[in-house]
Design a protein. Structure first.
Length: 197
């Protein structure tokens, strides 16, 4: 079992993780703006896979090129899907996970990344009006933001960092609860109940 993350919060291992495809609906460009503005003690793990179609949206490839040129000691960039073990290790290395997705796309859309983050006790930062925000409002385990202003995101990071043990415990508890509701057995039971009706 990996060490609890609060051991790392006040040393050189504090990372914000962005996982999955680099897409506008996941506000990838805001991650780039955050990297430019964040203090040096905040590290970044950025996975920027091309979407399933194989092509980046306009401006995304340039944004990836920009962060590849940024001089930061702790900026890890991955431009392709990762093997499950490596992906899980990077998710576990993250202190906070980015779920600041566009509410017009994620109002009722489930995020697997939120479920994976919470399964490891990783707090999230998410956007108001999304499915993820509803989960955070119900269970804790993160912060919901009404804006995507870089200063608001930095304040949210500092708030989580200042009370990391509580946010992490809430995330871990929420992960257990949501897993019980969103696993294969629960889905099979749900389908069976529908068929019976």
């Amino acid at each position: 079992m990996p060490p609890k993350q609060e051991e790392f919060v006040n040393c050189g291992n504090f990372y914000l993780g962005y996982f999955g495809d680099a897409r506008k609906e996941k506000n990838f460009n805001k991650v780039v703006a955050l990297i430019d503005a964040a203090p040096a003690e905040i590290g970044f793990i950025v996975q920027c896979n091309p979407p399933g179609c194989g092509f980046y949206e306009a401006g995304i490839k340039e944004a990836i090129g920009h962060i590849k040129g940024v001089q930061r000691d702790r900026l890890l960039i991955f431009e392709k899907p990762l093997p499950q073990k490596e992906y899980r290790e990077l998710l576990n290395k993250s202190s906070i996970v980015w779920c600041l997705y566009d509410k017009s796309h994620y109002k009722d859309r489930v995020s697997g990344i939120l479920l994976e983050a919470w399964s490891l006790g990783k707090p999230v930062i998410t956007t108001s009006g999304t499915w993820m925000a509803k989960q955070v409002e119900k269970y804790g385990g993160g912060i919901v933001l009404a804006t995507l202003e870089v200063q608001d995101i930095l304040k949210a990071i500092e708030k989580i960092r200042g009370d990391y043990a509580r946010f992490s415990d809430e995330a871990e508890t929420a992960g257990r609860i949501l897993y019980e509701k969103n696993n294969g057995v629960a889905l099979a039971r749900f389908i069976k109940d529908i068929v019976r009706k």
